[in-house]
Design a protein around this ligand. Sequence first.
Ligand code: 2AM
Length: 494
Amino acid sequence: MEPQQKLQADIALIGLAVMGQNLILNMNDHGFTVVAYNRTASKVDDFLNNEAKGTKIIGAHSVEEMVSKLKRPRRVMMLVKAGQAVDEFIEQLIPHLEPGDIIIDGGNSLFEDTNRRVKYCESKGLLYVGTGVSGGEEGARRGPSIMPGGSSEAWPYVKEIFQAVSAKVDGNVPCCDWVGEGGAGHYVKMIHNGIEYGDMQLICEAYNIMKNGLGMSADEMHDVFGEWNTGELDSYLIEITRDILAKKDDDGLPLIDKILDTAGQKGTGKWTVINSQDLGIPITLMAEAVYSRCVSALKDERVKASKKLKGPRPTLSTIANNPEKKKQFINDIRDALYASKIVSYAQGYMLMRAAAKEYGWNLNYGGIALMWRGGCIIRSRFLGKIKDAYDNNPKLSNLLLDDYFRAEIKRSQKGWRNIVATSAKKGIPVPAFATALSFFDQYRSAVLPANLLQAQRDYFGAHTYERTDKPRGEFFHTNWTGHGGSTSSSTYNV
Ligand code: 2AM
């Protein structure tokens, strides 16, 4: 290694899978000197001799050598398999680092692990950053959305690199800002993925009504999604849906019609829903999106059931055969998608607020919308409006109460209700549209039937209830049958 390269490197990156390699190349493009290291050292040489040829990227063949090449405070970023590999590298790094040095985990770690690692590294005098990196391989190379959290003293030292390599929107605004303490960065990445599940399910429901209800061809739907992508739904996922619908197989027929309808999942949506259950926050749309993938996976059962369980035919021929009505109905589908999407994001933000309270984070809500605005899978024009809402009122308690979104839902509501009602009548499944509407109607209800629920709980389990004519916090029990006794349950679980 040439002597002038000694102590010159800005950052080290461990993990030379495609994401790691691409992020290194991206950092190099932005003028940073990166030391590349990997457990299997032969990958370092492969990388230097191929993708990294002709760049300023430096290779290292041991942790010690890697660390020796870094400027202080040292910045070491890991992009390795989540779980044990991260803990192992932390242990390998600690003996070679000094107080104030920074370990960064850019992998898909669970936020609870990051919470623990931040505390552990800080106890050793080190700083620790757990960052969500979204946008896949292409994003890593051209500009991902980067969501860093952890030891806040580390932010000034990683800000320049992260913001330089991140995606940019509206000219040159970086899709990277400090998220918050502990595992907040990885948490926000997890919520991003839950929202992504929801967005995808909403698009699938819109597609299904057009395809099976209105009998539209892939080319016709391609045009509709193309048009939607010029309006308030303008987003990466609508854009790729437009393009997917235009793709032809070798025989010239739409490829989409040949793809089996069973969805896979890697589990990040599931983790979001599990966390929502822990925190008692209704992210009903994301939950329906996860469960819809589960239902889709029951292909064989569904094929059998389709021959036995009878219901209405899903065709909407009266609408489909009247061009005026059809156009209006397609607009209603768009409105259903849009209003449901507002509900989904409102629910995602409700969960983040609850998490901030539970885990003691000071989350930057507008910043989060900005980070998702570009680079990642859920990037959209819509997120700019969420950023505006939190800029207008950083203490906004619910996105549904923001003036802009309130007006948007008001405008879309008629179409949304028409789509959910028509689908119910015709037996077209719309779990996400419907749950969003039910949630909306529950959320705007000052009174819900939980009075009866409390009565039932008190009847069979003496769980007690509060009364509308008494102050909150006073609990009552009734002897409903006359022979149940008047002893109430000792524990009261909300
Ligand atoms: P490898 O090339 O030596 O397998 C994605 O899998 C990245 O994580 C790769 O760089 C891989 O290194 C690394 N990785 C996976 N499991 C690991 C482990 N247990 N210890 C160290 N690195 C690991």
